[in-house]
Design a protein around this ligand. Structure first.
Ligand code: OFO
Length: 167
């Protein structure tokens, strides 16, 4: 495996792992605050990112590359409220999209069409996740600081997410 691509895929393993731990911290914050719907949403997002990470680990190993399981920074654990929580979610997804685009760019530059092909799954997945994060943040921006709005958001978030997924 090309050394640059191997390094980029290892970086990507770290970004997916970071997102998984970040969303776990967000789920835990929401759980403790009594936002059960939001907590469920982030517990499941955390699992999804773990799957993204593991898929990369397996792929690099299958191609006889070297996987380095990374050390992670402690995720942000406290939030002023739901708005800040979902701003962080969107920011995290946008960062991951940028990194995936960079891997794709490098694959083309280095003519690694195998990895390019493998990464298409991530491109599609990211497009959906970023759009979902944006939809949810838009809704929260409409609600503003209204407490009953937050109550309804928490009650309906998993239905909103499911409707988004089935589009
Ligand atoms: Fe949403 O980060 Fe994985 O790909």
């Amino acid at each position: 495996m090309n050394a640059t691509i191997e390094e980029l895929l290892n970086n990507q393993i770290k970004y997916e792992a970071t997102a998984s731990m970040q969303y776990l911290a967000m789920a835990s914050w929401a759980d403790a605050k009594g936002y059960n719907g939001v907590a469920d949403f982030f517990y499941s997002q955390s699992e999804e990112e773990r799957v993204h990470m593991t898929k990369l680990v397996k792929f690099v190993n299958e191609r006889s590359g070297n996987v380095e399981i990374p050390e992670l920074e402690k995720p942000k654990a406290t939030y002023k409220g739901l708005n800040e929580l979902f701003e962080k979610f969107l920011e995290s997804e946008m960062f991951v999209t940028e990194q995936i685009n960079h891997v794709i760019y490098k694959c083309l530059e280095l003519k690694d069409y195998n990895v390019h092909n493998f990464m298409q799954w991530y491109v599609t997945e990211q497009l959906e996740e970023e759009a979902m994060a944006r939809t949810l943040l838009d809704k929260l921006n409409i609600i503003g600081s209204d407490k009953s709005g937050h109550y309804l958001f928490d009650r309906d978030i998993n239905a909103i997410a499911a409707a988004h997924d089935s589009k």
